[in-house]
Design a protein around this ligand. Structure first.
Ligand SMILES: Nc1ncnc2c1ncn2[C@@H]1O[C@H](COP(=O)(O)OP(=O)(O)OP(=O)(O)O)[C@@H](O)[C@H]1O
Ligand SMILES: [Mg+2]
Length: 300
């Protein structure tokens, strides 16, 4: 049974189609990233699946059931840094959270330790740094021991140490078997934390699936020789060479795995082909992502 299933979910704000017929499935135990540039509809999507924003059309199901109060209690949420009482300590604030959520205080110590605030549990919230505030927000979300954690840009505004801390808490929570749905505009964050990803742009889904499949680094080698036809023949169908494309006076080879220009050169020399040009182009995830979001979205 899927943790979350979204079918043709749409939301329009006036003339703006914020989310356009979105389909998504999140399986249990995954850290699922919703990745997209600013304004691509991530927060709107989270708002809809949490019952805060009413969809125009479409449906969603948590744990195989239509949205209900019961399902909502199984989901911990961090949408924006919540307000805590400034003069109360972390511990006291979590007691307030426990009484609001009706979940008991027995896990307060455990969650404070989990987010690394246990030592500072007695200090008033107003003295907390931004990173500490965010960690307390995570503690509050984790307090009822939810099966699922929904996080919207959890590292926004934090310094590098704060970012690393929050990411580590998320990863550890994932390792405990919880399902995590995380919206982020930061490729690096999604790549480092998530197991699955959905890429959104202008309210539409561009791609989704295992992170290693969706955001594949792709390496290319550009080659040329006097006789391009002979060169093409020698390269076509070779193991490790996925595609051979003509690019002006060059051939572009899409390589699976790590490019080995020396081996390629040797193999061609053995066949009497001398290269006049040999250039390795590594394409990182960043480039793959930027290309993906730069492509024009076809409107259905
Ligand atoms: N209440 C609203 N009224 C009007 N337009 C809205 C409203 N909420 C969102 N939008 C618009 O919908 C689009 C999607 O916004 P959304 O906040 O979902 O994007 P996002 O992917 O979360 O962006 P970011 O990375 O900046 O958080 C944006 O163009 C935004 O301006
Ligand atoms: Mg957002």
């Amino acid at each position: 049974m899927s943790t979350l299933e979204i079918r043709s979910l749409s939301k329009r704000f006036g003339k703006l189609q914020a989310v356009h017929s979105l389909d998504l499935t999140v399986q249990p135990g995954n850290i699922y990233g919703i990745l997209g540039p600013n304004g691509s509809g991530k927060t709107t999507t989270l708002g809809m699946i949490l019952g805060v924003i009413r969809p125009d059309t479409g449906t969603y199901q948590w744990f195989g059931q239509p949205e209900s109060h019961l399902a909502r209690r199984r989901i911990g949420v961090l949408l924006e840094t919540p307000n805590f009482y400034p003069y109360l300590s972390a511990e006291k604030n979590l007691q307030v959270v426990a009484s609001i959520k009706g979940c008991g205080t027995s896990r307060i110590e455990a969650v404070l330790k989990q987010v690394g605030l246990y030592e500072r549990r007695k200090t008033p919230f107003r003295t907390y740094s931004l990173g500490m505030r965010q960690r307390l927000a995570l503690a509050a979300a984790l307090l009822p021991d939810p099966e699922v954690l929904v996080l919207d840009e959890p590292t926004n505004g934090l310094d590098p140490q704060g970012i690393a801390d929050v990411r580590q808490i998320i990863q550890q929570t994932g390792q405990q078997g919880k399902t995590i749905i995380l919206a982020s505009h930061i490729l690096d964050e999604v790549e480092k934390i998530c197991t699955q990803v959905a890429i959104m742009k202008r309210g539409q889904l561009l791609a989704s699936g295992d992170i290693s499949q969706v955001l594949q680094a792709e390496n290319r080698i550009l080659v040329a020789s006097d006789n391009l036809n002979a060169l093409r023949q020698a390269l076509t169908g070779r193991p490790g060479i996925e595609t051979v494309r003509t690019q002006g006076a060059l051939l572009e080879l899409v390589i699976s795995g790590t490019p080995d220009p020396a081996a390629l050169n040797r193999m061609l020399l053995d066949q009497g082909i001398v290269l006049s040009h040999l250039q390795v182009q590594r394409k990182g995830l960043e480039e793959t992502f930027l290309e993906l979001v730069a492509e024009d979205v076809k409107t259905a």
